[in-house]
Design a protein around this ligand. Structure first.
Ligand SMILES: [Mg+2]
Length: 342
């Protein structure tokens, strides 16, 4: 039997039941490097078993949709290649607006970029001669030579599409430079920005995933404000930030855009979600057993009680209440400190 939201009368409901399709970012959300985020397989399997749609949107262009789906399946996460949207595929769709099919395109990055070009009837090349466009994506093998050849082509008038502009991404060993950092290297050489960008937060990627896995009540789950949460905000889709990847508690405090939900990891989807409740017109917020209070004299928001996550949710809601109602800007001014306790 499939439970629906209306049959759950126990008060707070399991979070995912509010949605009919969930779009997952991958790096930092379902895996870090080759390792699964704990509970990712069980969580996505539970959603699928309860008839909640799932799809995957990754700015990482180094691998093909088939390779990504196989990796997810190996980690116990149900995934079909058609449910995986990579930024390489979106970048190639943008390229079609600039260059005719059959054109020779210089590939910077992994096989994901080359395959997406081939499938769209372009001629991907690792040799810059006669190339009229450059598609630049991440690949662990990308070399200075390739960045230099790309720069020479762009200076000669070639169209330049970047798969994504993530400045960093998480690996099993830590935070590593992402494609945005390598695009920045080329930008420094050529003195201009790419002609198009495929990945989040660009709306092209969101439009594609909404077409592949449509729903009336979608949710986007990601670990970065500047790509994932920004993409959800731009597309008008509710967002859930997870703390299992790049973003930290202090990023939540500093962010100028708001995630609708904050969880430790994707496991938060299959749990009841304690919602912050406002008291006394923006003076304090409760979340579960936690309470966040603004001490104006000390310019500090202090949160106490409950779990650390409940304290963070209460403090985040208080921050946005202060921003929206009082007009203070705790993130830009740095004037208001956050104290979450131990
Ligand atoms: Mg990510």
């Amino acid at each position: 039997m499939t439970l629906t939201g209306t049959e759950n009368t126990a008060g707070a409901s399991v979070l995912f039941r509010e949605f009919d399709v969930v779009y997952f970012d991958l790096d930092g959300v379902l895996y870090r490097g080759k390792q699964s985020v704990p509970g990712a397989g069980e969580t996505v399997s539970e959603l699928v078993a309860q008839n909640c749609g799932v799809a995957y949107v990754t700015n990482n262009a180094s691998r093909t949709s088939d390779e990504v789906a196989a990796h997810l399946e190996a980690l116990g996460i149900p995934a079909k290649p058609a449910e995986v949207i990579t930024s390489a595929e979106v970048a190639v769709e943008i390229l079609r607006k600039h260059v005719q099919p059959g054109a020779k395109v210089f590939v910077v990055g992994g096989e994901g970029v080359a395959q997406a070009l081939s499938e769209a009837d372009f001629s991907p090349s690792r040799d810059p001669r006669d190339c009229v466009a450059v598609v630049q994506g991440f690949g662990p093998e990308v070399s200075w030579q390739e960045l230099a050849q790309a720069s020479y082509l762009i200076q000669g008038g070639a169209i330049w599409i970047a798969t994504n502009l993530d400045s960093t991404f998480p690996t099993g060993a830590g935070i590593a430079p992402g494609n945005g950092s390598l695009v920045g290297a080329v930008r420094n050489a050529v003195g201009r920005s790419p002609d198009g960008v495929g990945g989040k937060p660009d709306l092209a990627m969101m439009h594609k995933v909404m077409a592949v896995a449509p729903g009336r009540k979608p949710l986007l789950v990601g670990d970065r404000f500047d790509t994932d949460i920004a993409a959800g905000v731009a597309a008008g889709i509710p967002t859930m930030l997870v703390l299992s990847g790049v973003s930290t508690e202090s990023d939540v405090w500093r962010s100028q855009i708001r995630a609708d939900f904050i969880c430790e990891s994707v496991k938060g989807l299959v749990r009841e979600y304690a919602r912050p409740i406002e008291y006394l017109d923006h003076q304090y917020f409760d979340c579960g057993d936690a309470r966040a209070i603004y001490f104006e004299g000390n310019s500090v928001v202090r949160a106490e009680g409950g779990t650390r996550l409940e304290r963070l949710r209460a403090a985040d809601s208080l921050k946005w209440s202060l921003v929206n109602k009082v007009g203070v800007e705790p993130f830009t001014s740095g004037q208001i400190l956050l104290n979450l306790g131990d």
